[in-house]
Write a protein that binds this ligand. Structure first.
Ligand SMILES: [Zn+2]
Length: 188
């Protein structure tokens, strides 16, 4: 092996090492900032749903130039030129404003109003749990506009996916459902 090849190899190993070293905060920023979040708009004091530009945040972290910018907001496109001051709330606590975590926390410790089976925190592989509206219709939490979730959680009750499917069928095809005598007591 000539000295030149050895030097090239050492330089390559150093370059790869440096790249991996810089890539770690980039990857961490990407996974840390992706996903829909709920913030309180500093302008209107209402709950809004936002997306951080996670790819840009990752590149920023890779280059040691932290860049935090919004990619989407439920008030856009009308207020697309806002100062994005809500980003401070995400910087302070990125985990707790993540919609997934908010929903997961709400279902935790709650049981289905129909079958009383505990629902527990969300899992990516499971069917999404649902909600019972005051008008007794059920819907999946994913069908709700994210910024409306805090309000929905005040008025709706938890329903497991199985009961949501059964109740939807009962509502849409009442002619195919046989109600037994105990049925009125199902909803406690
Ligand atoms: Zn159930």
């Amino acid at each position: 092996m000539t000295v030149t090849v050895l030097v090239v190899l050492v330089v390559l190993v150093l370059a790869v090492g440096l790249f991996v070293f810089r890539a770690i905060p980039g990857v961490r920023a990407y996974f840390g900032y992706r996903g829909k979040r709920l913030i309180t708009c500093p302008e209107t004091h209402t709950t809004e749903a936002v997306d951080v530009a996670a790819g840009e945040a990752a590149v920023g972290a890779f280059l040691s130039e932290p860049t935090l910018r919004l990619k989407e907001c439920s008030r856009w496109p009308e207020r697309q030129d806002c100062g994005q001051e809500c980003l401070q709330q995400i910087e302070i606590d990125a985990e707790n404003c993540l919609v997934w975590n908010i929903v997961s926390k709400w279902y935790e410790g709650k049981s289905c109003v129909f079958c009383h089976k505990p629902i527990g925190p969300l899992h990516h592989v499971d069917h999404a749990p649902a909600l019972l509206a005051p008008d007794h219709t059920t819907l999946e939490w994913k069908q709700v506009q994210p910024e409306q979730l805090p309000e929905i959680f005040r008025t709706h009750r938890p329903v497991c996916w199985n009961c949501h499917i059964a109740e939807s069928f009962r509502r849409l095809h009442p002619e195919l459902v046989v109600n037994r005598e105990l049925e009125p007591k199902r909803l406690r």
